[in-house]
Design a protein around this ligand. Sequence first.
Ligand SMILES: [Zn+2]
Length: 345
Amino acid sequence: MKRYNGPHLCEDGFKQAEFLVKENEVKEYESGGDEGEDAIIIPAFYNSHTHIADSIVDEPPVGTLEEVVGPGGLKEKKLSSSSKDELASSMYDYLKDALSYGVRYIFEFREGGLEGLQTFERAMEMIDDDIRPAVWGRPARREHDEKELEEILEHASGIGLSAYRDWDEKQIKKVAKSTHKLDRPLAMHCSEDVREPIEEVIDMGVHHLVHMVEATEEDLLLCAEEDIPVVICPRSNLFFGRMPDIPKMIRCGVNLSLGTDNAMISDPNMFREMETAYRLGKLQGDVSPIDILMMSTWNPRKSLKRPCIEEEEETLLILEKKKGDPAYNIIKGYSSRDIIDVVKW
Ligand SMILES: [Zn+2]
């Protein structure tokens, strides 16, 4: 039995609380309580955008966004020349890493059609810890095929597409229509390296968008107005010489979550992703540490979770408490070694 007390990250910020933990489960909770070991208590991290099979790439990627992750690029070559076993085992290693960084929920954009999803399932079977994925599948080719979509959605939570501009307009609209007909969510990358027509994208009915780096202020305001959350991946963008304007996105009222994107560009370390987002925000204006911390904890719970992750039980991270502001301390320098405990609530 263990008792922890300290700042507890709630939906609207930190509040003093006390937790009694037995066999990795919270047995008692007292708001305002101050008995027991000092700690910071936060909800486990969401990694809100990944492509975990990319962990198979074992060389430093050189070239433009197109040359690395585009059609026929480094990623595609390596993925197609690897066996399913190799892919599943490298995905497994990635998921293990994610767990060690306090990640318990991931939003995985799975490529390779039905086959890609099956490889992911193999990796998940090897993980006996409780990571909860929301998997977004996509057709093997950029073509609408109702039967294929039905099959994909037997293995995936929703459909997650590359980008509007990669597709023939008629085909992508048919995919959107079928996805909604099957009552599943549709998500996609948007405005990563060039601005894409946001009205067209929103008209297709999207659950969330990824990147929006090249989006204009009007595009961002429209996302806020239409309640479309955006997942940003600052380390991945920086790698390709781009920067999401985080203060502007916050100013426009967009609900932001953080993802680590392609596994060969960034590991699933949310501490590093938050630190990068914070420093980038400072470079472009200002951003508060708590706003950044919310992007990997409460924001995805509020905006992305449904209908993909049904679980009501919560997982908490019990972190080392150091003197000073808890959010700032976590953002500026915490790592796996500061996780004292991971408990169910
Ligand atoms: Zn992506």
